[in-house]
Every structure is written in C-alpha cells, then in structure tokens.
Design a protein around this ligand. Sequence first.
Ligand code: PLP
Length: 449
Amino acid sequence: MSKGAKIGEKRTVPGERGKQLLKLRNDYVPRGGFHTAPIFIAKGKGAIAEDVDGNEYIDFCGGIACLNTGHCHEKVVAAVKNQIDKFMHVSFNVFMYESFVQLAKEICESTPGNFPKKAYFFNNGAEAVENAVKIARRYTGRYNILAFEHAFHGRTLLTMGLTSKVKYYKYGFGTTDIGIMRVPYAYCYRCPHKLSYPGCGMHCLNRIEDMFKTYSPADSIAAILVEPVLGEGGYVVPPKEFIKGLRDLCNKYDILFIADEIQAGMGRAGKMWSIEHFDVVPDLMTIGKSLSGGMVLTGTVGRADVMDSVETGGIGGTFSGHPPACVAALEVLKVFKEEKLVDRSAMLGKLAKDRLEEMKKKYSIIGNVNGIGSMLGLELVKDRRTKEPAAAETKEIMKNCHEHGLMIMNCGTLGNVLRFIYPLVIKEEELIKGLDILENAIKETSKAI
Ligand SMILES: Cc1ncc(COP(=O)(O)O)c(C=O)c1O
C-alpha cells in the first residue's frame, strides 16, 4: 500500500521528498532539459506510477509513447533479466548476437512492403532519422531532404534542422536548415493557406511541385521525410490524399519516401504502423519509442537495396542494438500478438475519442479533437472562431491533473494540445478515471458552453 494520495485525491506537487530531489535537479541538471511536472517516480506497473512521496498516478504519458506495453511488463522484465545474466554489452561491431538478427528479421517482416528489407538498430530516434537521411543520400546521390512544418525529428544538429519548432528546439543554435526544404503539412484545422478540406483541392500538395521550380529542383531531393501522423506537432492526422500524394511525387521524381514512425508506430495510432492508414508503402521507416517496452532501442528499416547502398562501417555505433534492448523488443512483439494490443489501441482510442467529443460539446476551450487510434490530442483554444491557442490554460489544466493523480503532457507547435499516450495495457476503468480527472480539470479551468 502506498502512503500517499490515491488516484483522484488531491496531493501537493512536489511532495516533501520530491522537493529535495527537485533542489538537486535544479542545482546540478541544466535547465535546457525540460520536465513536464516536478514529480519524481519511485516505481511503475502497467499504467500506474507511484512517486517518491507515495502518491499514485494514472500515466497518460507512457514515457512519451515508449510504454505501449506498460511499465515493467513482466515478460519484458524477465527477458531483460535473463539477458543481463549472460552478457550485457559487447557491441554488434565486435561479437554479433542472435537477438539483433532475429529482431531485424521480425521488424522486416512486420513493416509494410512486399519486397526484401533490412533493418539496423540505434539508440534514440534522432539517430534513426539521421541514419535514414544518410542512407537516402548515399543511395540517391542527392543531398536535400523535403520536410514539413510542425515536424519533430529530434534534437541533434541534423534532426534539429528537420524539426520545425523554433522555441526551444532550434532557438539560438545557429543555422540548422542546410539542405532542408520545408513545406506546410496538411494541418487542416490550422491550414496555412486558410483553405478548407476538401474544397482546397489539396493546395498544400500542389505547392510542392511549384517549389521544385522556385526553390530546389526535384532531382536534388534525396527523400521526403514525413510523420504520417504528426507527433510533437499536435497529433494531427492529414487527409489520406496528402500522404498518397507525397508517395506519387516520390514515384514521379525518383525521391525516397521516409515514414518517421517513431511516435505514431508500434500500435499507437490503431494500426501497427500509422502509414497503414494511408495505403502507402514507404521506402524507409524510422521506428523507436515503444519498440523495446521501456528499454533504449530505435531502428531504421526499409528496402534492402537502399539499406545496402552504404559501405560497411558507414552506419552503426558502439551501443547500437544493445543486447538487453533487443531481447526486450523481441518480447514486446510477442506481447503485442498475445494481448492483441493493436486492436486494443483502436478499441481504447474509440472509447477515449467518444468521451473527448462529448467534452467538446460542453467546454468551449476545446477547439478540436485531433488524432487517430490511441494517438489522441485535445486542441485547446481561447476562442473557437479565432482559434487563438490556449497555451497558458493548457498548462493550468495539466497542473490540476497532476495534483489529482493524472500524469498528462502537452504537445503542438503552439503548446496548446493535450495528448493522450496511455499504455495500451491500461484497464478501461483506469482510462475512464483518467478522463474523469481531466474533465474536472477542464471544468475548473474553463467556462462551460
Ligand atoms: C516522430 C519522431 N521522430 C523522432 C523523434 C526523436 O526521438 P528521440 O527523442 O528518441 O531522439 C521523436 C521524439 O519524440 C519523434 O516523435
């Protein structure tokens, strides 16, 4: 039994022990790393976390989409323990090991595309994206990458350039966008062309070919890099024609299509890979986050001829495809099948979306319910007509949730989207309780209609 507040009960954030640790954090950890709330975790199981003061939380963040199989899934934990008793690190560049190659096979078989594929594993999402770009450049002999407004691909020098949010991902770090051509995403709720779908005739897509004439020729573009569903940019689902149209452009101009599935993949969007919603097959995909159930593992997977264009030694790294993470990922893939987590994502997502749409009828602060499957976002606005983002109110609602035992975070270039990334193993009653806490926070923070 925990000694602190139960889910739904008010608690002080941070608690006494939390305060002591927060002082250490502020004294010794730079402010450049952000935290959603001043809360330190002590342990987690499934969709429930307990902080160092014994307070319980329903976790709607899942380590930012890394815990689709929940905190400490017992089968994943057992696989990791078993592995670390045998060997922990050798580097795949020295001794190779079975789990790496078995996982590569599984990932190649589970990703879209009826052609030979190969996969390699890395340590974070940014590294997977960087490698996809390197491989695309090497294969095509072209340098430029077409990326999108509101995209998030990481924080390293290259991926910071590919990312499209200035404060604070790019701010003050100098020129980052060399070789990157940026075009609007089909974010219909906030259409940059002030048009409405479907009457717009997919103007955003048509603009790309114009830019091949005015900005950068198509034959300089190695790849189109796109999140099939925007992650950090606000959990935005584009029209199907948008993603299909990008694929058509790639076919027309011999450009590679890279789907960044790091956040939207692994069942989050109600399909194993979010690109499956669009009937499009990418040439390369980047994967990560929930791949290894809370261990550290990402990957780049795609057409074997493209992946093999890089000479031996051109990709990889000391820790790439760490053994405990590879065995964890193999176990995660089994758990997905055994517990039917992709179907569960669609089922839970429907439950949550219906409830969020009900809330939208009651509270004017909710401008739009974004997302698909269990990748949902609530876009909060000060005024539904002007769509002015309600960023301060979003923070206030989050704080209220944290104080009542719901760990929730925001996203969106404008900071005004509450996102739902609960573990897919969450119990229905936990999901409903979390939504109750959220609704209460919205009620206290905003006016009813
Ligand atoms: C779509 C997408 N790509 C890349 C990344 C970067 O991953 P990492 O933070 O592991 O470097 C993220 C992280 O949120 C992401 O959502």
